[in-house]
Write a protein that binds this ligand. Structure first.
Ligand code: ADP
Ligand code: ZN
Ligand code: ZN
Length: 819
């Protein structure tokens, strides 16, 4: 038998391996360890089995079958294939994204001294090479990275290569199992089997140390029941320490005296979740109607859109639908666009669904993700999975409903690396493969989605009032030019925003200040000569980070300290401009010195718990004003926020692409939606230098439908989605001339077939990233065209040009349905 194996590499084809004797358990979806290339081992997934060997080459055998049962489930492979076909990427890319790293062990190259090497060779080594050799003599084996960090020799890789050629060192591949089960330390009496009388002897052993006696008594109390062998059962060391107040040192002494044994035990990460559940709040009349209509629409639609204004209680409606599904024994996937949202929702949903709720996203450690994966895989239970993008890849069983909350969010689309998939659209395909329904929810549906809903492709349910009649907030557009002219605003806050915030503070309410991430990063300029620091790898200016006093590239991670003098003119005249959240928080604190001001942005939320801490702090009113980026705008529910400030709407309003109006309307309406979600009327201040922008009129009136009508007309005229589909074709190359020429060549070939549907090539907004030069060609295809045909043509054109050296040296990739 032969197996077709998908490898975690950007390869378009599968690879064939033979199935050795004794591996009859193997099946589609099995995890196998295979050798690829000369040395490297990878974990692959069996995509198909066949009786005949492939023609024309010899195959290697599968090295190991990693599990007794497949770790993925029907129809996951089918979904992977759909993603690869639709988003024009390799199945290996999809596999890489789909499976947590802990389930994909691969080999790492280790370097060790060659025991047979010729001692004389040492004399010919230079000093650095000799340092590497003596380090290896001490450490036996090290990875390349270890050698580099330990010796701090910058070109260690090249030196190791020399040493390898001289026969001084050798390399070996070792497979590293990345998954670690969660373990805790357990304590148990060190008794010979079944010898309960021994306890008295142990008590005697401790009678000269009150602390040890306390530990032993505490242990006996905690270990209330006797196990099958007639011995007191094990106790977590942590509990023992907590109960008795003894130190780990005392327990250690008792282990040395032969009283206790101590060992590690794997535990189930889900064991401490609460089991009992509370009732879901009763739905209001309007919510009940919407709930009934959704069920009604699902009778003849696969997909239904719930268009409910901010604060209308969409979450409560979801909860009722979820409970019905779980009661029917089906699983539910609840997708949210941002990890920050899972935090608040986890608390809300945990109360209702207890340990049937699992959370899955990329801020979890890899081990935790593996545990969730295995729990979903191993169970036929009805489960609710709350997660971001990547949770569409979990091994669901009897999926009954997918909820895509805030379906309009651009963050559902993975931009880099491949697979460049949209989790919302993928979720719909996933649902239909399971015979499940998809519910899309939003206060500001994507124009494409709304178009499908009003044209009957999706069901449409509207909820136009807030829960308990809370009113939508008042929106005031503040003309910042005018503010500055009249000297009402010297810094970032306008007079009306300052005043409203002041009043809110006096009433014990809270305020939220939003600064768009794009375009407002603090930057550095030399006042004398105009020097600005640029990234050495990318075509962007470096951003100043105050807390670390460094300049950083947001594209490739390059960092350098802020120079004291200008490197170009040597003058002491470097100035920092621009308003990042950090500086805003400081300035806000300057106006409201007695108030607690917090900040939520990429910097302050690097680890998993920091979201939760900030959100909890703000929710429990340990903080009066929260300054943040995009993260604070989406779906969060803070009852006491009555003032929302959009500090600078200009960069939101003036972004040059066909979705800019949609993005601006959604973002502003969503930020506004955070204000006045309970009884107090909210007020929103949108600061801009362009108060005439017509998007702002729609936001002011909370008029989604008006906005949609105007937007869909312009899309129709210009033939943009939903009246067409867009595929962006990117080429990248380390040589700028090659990429320019390759792009021209490729676009000419495309034009011969697609004519005016081809736009560009054009340099993208950031035209060099991590030392790669970029070019982009846009393909705009009628919505009615066959995408299969289009994609086939794309492949043919690529093949016909593949041997041109400029194409060959470039990397080409597609972004299908960019957002
Ligand atoms: P949306 O997601 O539509 O913006 P939420 O679901 O966050 O709105 O609801 C807004 C607030 O109103 C939440 O605090 C929620 O708990 C509350 N709420 C909504 N519906 C109900 C209900 N039926 N009973 C009690 N509280 C509700
Ligand atoms: Zn200078
Ligand atoms: Zn960079």
């Amino acid at each position: 038998m032969y197996a077709e194996v998908i490898l975690p590499l950007p390869l378009y084809s599968t690879f064939t391996y033979s199935v050795p004797e004794g591996m009859e358990n193997i099946g589609i979806g099995s995890r196998v360890l295979v050798q690829f290339g000369k040395r490297k081992f990878y974990t692959g997934i069996v995509a198909a089995l066949r009786p005949d060997p492939p023609a024309g080459y010899e195959v290697k055998p599968i090295s190991t079958l990693l599990d007794a049962d497949p770790i993925i489930r029907y129809p996951q492979l089918k979904l992977w294939q759909w993603i690869a076909d639709y988003y024009l990427c390799a199945p290996g890319d999809v596999y890489k994204a789909a499976i947590p790293t802990g389930l994909k062990p691969e080999s790492t190259t280790f370097i060790s001294l060659n025991p047979d090497f010729d001692e004389d060779a040492l004399d010919s080594l230079n000093e650095d090479e000799r340092r590497i050799a003596s380090l290896l003599a001490e450490e036996k084996k090290l990875s390349l990275t270890d050698i580099q960090t330990r010796t701090e020799i910058p070109k260690a890789t090249a030196l190791v290569k020399n040493l390898l050629e001289d026969g001084v060192v050798m390399v070996a591949e070792t497979i590293i199992e990345k998954y670690r089960p969660k373990t805790i330390k357990m304590v148990k009496l060190a008794l010979p089997d079944g010898n309960i009388e021994g306890v008295h002897r142990l008590l005697d052993l401790t009678n000269r140390s009150p602390k040890q006696q306390r530990a032993l008594m505490g242990y006996l109390e905690l270990s209330r029941y006797i196990n099958a062998d007639g011995e007191p059962d094990e106790v977590p060391r942590e509990n023992l320490i907590k109960r008795t107040g003894v130190t780990p040192g005392i327990i250690k002494t008792m282990v040395d005296k032969g009283i206790f044994e101590i060992y590690k035990k794997s535990i189930n990460r889900f064991s401490d979740l609460q089991k009992d559940t509370a009732e879901i709040p009763e739905l209001s009349a309007a919510q009940k109607r919407a709930h009934g209509e959704i069920i009604e629409r699902f009778r003849d639609h696969q997909v239904c859109l719930l268009h409910g204004v901010t604060g209308s209680g969409k979450t409560e409606i979801y909860s009722h639908l979820i409970r019905q599904m779980l009661d029917a024994g089906r699983q539910v996937l609840y997708l949210v666009p941002e990890i920050s949202l899972t935090t608040q929702l986890t608390d809300r949903l945990r109360r209702t669904f207890g340990d049937r709720l699992l959370v899955y996203h990329s801020k979890f450690s890899d081990n935790e993700r593996v545990d969730v994966w295995r729990r979903v895989l191993g169970s036929h239970e009805s489960l609710l999975i709350l997660g971001a993008r990547s949770s569409v890849f979990l091994p669901f069983h009897r999926l009954g409903l997918v909820i895509v909350d805030e379906e309009h969010e651009a963050s559902y689309k993975q931009y880099d690396p491949a697979p460049r998939y949209n989790a919302r659209d993928t979720a719909m395909v996933l649902a239909s493969m399971h015979g499940a329904k998809t519910l899309l929810g939003s206060a500001t549906p994507a124009v494409d989605t709304y178009y499908k809903a009003v044209n009957g492709k999706y069901g449409l349910v509207t909820l136009s009032e807030r829960f308990e009649g809370a009113r939508l907030p008042e929106v005031e557009i503040v003309d910042m030019k005018d503010q500055r002219k009249r000297k009402l605003a010297d810094g970032i806050l306008s007079q009306p925003l300052k005043q409203a915030t002041e009043e809110a503070m006096e009433k014990g309410q809270q305020a939220l200040m939003f600064q768009n991430r794009r375009g407002f990063a603090p930057f550095v300029v030399c006042k004398t000569c105009g020097w600005t620091p640029k990234c050495t790898n990318c075509d962007v200016s470096l951003v100043y980070h105050k807390h670390s006093d460094t300049l950083r590239c947001h594209y490739c991670g390059f960092a350098m300290p802020l120079p004291a003098l200008c490197p170009a003119c040597q003058e002491n005249s470097i100035e920092i401009y621009g308003y990042g959240t950090e500086r805003i928080a400081e300035e806000v604190h300057g106006y409201f010195a007695s108030r607690r001001v917090g900040r939520m942005d990429l910097d302050t939320t690097r680890n998993k718990d920091s979201y939760q801490e900030i959100i909890e702090d703000f929710s429990s009113h340990n903080m009066d004003i929260l300054v943040g980026t995009q993260m604070v705008t989406k779906g969060l529910d803070f009852g006491k926020v009555t003032v929302v400030g959009v500090l600078n709407a200009d960069s939101i309003l003036n972004f040059p692409d066909f979705r800019s109006n949609e993005r601006a309307f959604n973002m502003l309406e969503q930020v506004a939606g955070r204000a006045g979600r309970r009884s107090d009327l909210g007020k929103v201040f949108i600061q801009t230098t362009d108060p005439q922008s017509h998007v702002l009129d729609f936001v002011k009136a909370h008029n989604y439908n008006g906005f949609y009508e105007s937007e869909i007309e312009s899309r129709r005229k210009l033939l943009y989605p939903p009246f067409s589909r867009i595929i962006n074709i990117y080429l990248k190359n380390k040589n700028s001339r090659d990429v320019d020429e390759a792009a021209i060549l490729f676009s000419q070939a495309l034009r011969a077939t697609f004519g005016p549907r081809v736009l560009g090539p054009e340099k993208p907004f950031v035209s060099r990233v991590a030392t790669w030069y970029l070019q982009c060609i846009m393909l705009k295809i009628e919505a009615s065209a066959s995408m299969t045909k289009v994609k086939h043509i794309l492949r043919t054109i690529y093949e016909s040009l593949a041997r041109d050296p400029r194409i060959k040296s470039s990397i080409l990739y597609y972004d299908v349905d960019p957002v």
